[in-house]
Design a protein around this ligand. Structure first.
Ligand code: HSE
Length: 317
């Protein structure tokens, strides 16, 4: 039986102003995905680890949908067993559903020795996202697959650029959102002034990456007029806490993906102080799970030889 075991990293999508077009990869937390080819001619899903309340019905699961799409597009009839080993919580804006879909597509491409181009893998994996947020956005799956900072240059056709960055420190307050997705509340109606500013901030993000200026990067990711006003309003104490985080010297702060996790970019020496501010503000929220001190990662999904010792990668420290 052919099989592969994969490390599937968390990702933070949007990165401030880049709604559906920016994402970056995190060193932790992560999930693991084991993919096995078999002769049963159907796709099955098994879930283990934390947070195992995500759907195992193939059509309702991002990884299941991505595998079905892969087999359909390539006209392959092949039994596939997907084992999702959950080490990070779902529904927190950490891209765990995208990571599962991307890992399955990466794994199938490898096991079937198809050598498909990256944009095709991303285009297949993003269709898995329909199972979680109802929309085939490519940001999380691309970041999980490729690592680094992701710019989705085009959706039609899908064309993604990976930009390497210095692996800067990040602090995350991991919090669940109270509803499955908040995309439906976003109106996209921001007016001319804010639209111009949003475009300017996106451009500044890319410029800061090219000049390797993390302070400038932080400043540029701190403003978003599309999703942050809606999602921030659903996170108790979010706007005051963001101000306190920036006052304490973080370079930037915003909401991770669809929320409700909050992330800050800062110097390594500031990580403890920023984590403490987040803890004070958010830990009484029933949706708060933990704090994570991590780094951005230039590495995406990778094959591992055995499961890392079981550990919920979201720690309370
Ligand atoms: N770009 C997506 C959104 C990411 O904002 O809904 C979801 O994690």
């Amino acid at each position: 039986m052919k099989e592969i075991l994969l490390h599937a990293p968390a990702t933070t999508a949007n990165v401030g102003p880049g709604y559906d077009i920016f994402a970056l990869t995190l060193q932790n937390p992560n999930d693991e995905i084991r993919l096995q080819l078999n002769n049963f001619n159907k796709v099955t899903i098994e879930l283990s680890g934390e947070d195992s309340d995500i759907p195992v019905n193939v059509n309702d699961n991002t990884a299941g949908l991505a595998v079905l799409e892969f087999l359909k597009r390539k006209n392959i009839s092949q039994g596939v067993h997907i084992q999702i080993i959950k080490k990070m919580p779902s529904g927190c804006g950490l891209g765990t559903t995208g990571a599962s879909a991307a890992a399955c597509v990466f794994g199938l491409n490898k096991l079937l020795e198809l050598n498909l181009p990256k944009n095709e893998l991303i285009d297949i994996a993003r269709l898995g996202e329909v199972a979680s947020g109802g929309s085939p956005h490519a940001d999380n799956v691309a970041a999980a697959l490729l690592g680094g900072f992701i710019l989705v240059k085009s959706y039609n056709p899908v064309d993604v650029l990976k930009l390497d960055m210095p692996e800067f420190p990040i602090v995350l307050a991991v919090m669940r959102k109270s509803q499955r997705t908040t995309r439906g509340f976003i109106t996209y109606d921001i007016g001319e002034e804010k639209l111009k500013e949003q475009i300017a901030h996106c451009s500044s993000v890319i410029n800061a990456i090219h000049t390797k200026d993390i302070e400038e990067f932080g400043k540029a990711i701190t403003t978003d007029y599309v999703a942050e006003p809606i999602r921030g309003a659903a996170i108790p104490n979010y706007f005051e806490t963001k101000k306190a985080i920036l006052r304490a010297g973080a370079y930037g702060c915003n909401i991770s993906g669809g929320g409700s996790s909050v992330f800050a970019v800062c110097d390594e020496k500031k990580q403890d102080e920023i984590a403490e501010i987040m803890k004070k503000s958010f830990s009484s929220n029933p949706n708060f799970i933990c704090l994570v001190k991590t780094k951005m990662s230039n590495e995406g999904i990778r094959e591992i030889l055995k499961n890392a010792p079981f550990q919920y990668t979201c720690s309370q420290d």
